[in-house]
Design a protein around this ligand. Structure first.
Ligand code: AP5
Ligand code: MG
Length: 192
């Protein structure tokens, strides 16, 4: 199964991707995690990405696509993958379809996690206290939510219009949300 997880910052993409990785036995590929690892390792790519990530903006499409292509061709995606944090704008959505088309591994389904803005802010404030992620400051969170509404929300329609979208209520316990996702993946029983 090749699954794309969509949702605003704090909607639970990472949390649910971890569960889906175990359930589907496929790698969890998070562009945010890959970028944070590059920043931590001090690579050239990480150096270029650091400031824009801390401000809550988007790293350039070229940088992220190159990094993603490298990851998707690492040889462990034969059973599929859970992609978290990509695509984040329409250009990335088209680039992903082109890349996966070349690899013969098209996206099966995009799952959108719906969570209201107030709860997103509460969750990210909680994580800021617990983990101190650099982009969980109130200013960066505001910026990330704005970028999501302006650039990433249209990606939801991109998958809806191509018949590949499932929307899931992302409010509630983590395991309850997971069960809702799984229910959207189960094949619909044939009627009659
Ligand atoms: P990225 O790492 O993708 O961050 P994000 O999209 O802002 O999302 P988060 O990781 O903050 O939230 P999440 O949805 O994963 O929620 P989580 O499960 O952690 O990207 C970071 C940055 O990298 C970007 O801003 C950009 O600069 C750059 N970047 C990444 N990809 C890029 C791309 N494609 N193009 C360009 N730039 C890119 O949950 C959040 C919190 O809520 C946690 O504390 C969790 O425990 C809690 N929580 C989760 N679910 C529940 C629940 N059901 N109930 C209660 N609490 C919950
Ligand atoms: Mg995440």
């Amino acid at each position: 199964m090749r699954l794309v997880l969509l949702g605003a910052p704090g909607s639970g993409k990472g949390t649910q991707a971890t569960r889906l990785r175990e359930h589907l036995q496929v790698p969890h590929i998070s562009t945010g995690d890959l970028l944070r690892a590059a920043v931590k390792a001090g690579t050239e790519l990480g150096r270029q990405a650091k400031a824009v990530m801390e401000s809550g903006g988007l790293v350039s499409d070229d940088i992220v696509l190159g990094m993603l292509e490298e990851r998707l061709t690492a040889g462990d995606t034969g059973n599929g993958f859970v992609l978290d944090g990509y695509p984040r704008n329409l250009a990335q959505a088209n680039a992903l379809d082109a890349l996966l088309g070349r690899l013969g591994q098209p996206v099966d389904i995009a799952v959108q996690l719906d969570v209201d803005t107030e709860l997103l802010i509460t969750r990210l404030a909680g994580r800021a206290q617990a983990e101190g992620r650099a982009d969980d400051s109130p200013e960066a969170v505001r910026h990330r939510l704005g970028v999501y509404n302006d650039a990433t929300a249209p990606v939801v329609d991109f998958y809806r219009n191509t018949g590949r979208l499932a929307c899931v209520d992302g409010v509630g316990g983590m395991d309850d949300v997971f069960l809702r996702i799984i229910a959207t993946l189960a094949p619909t029983p044939e009627i009659g």
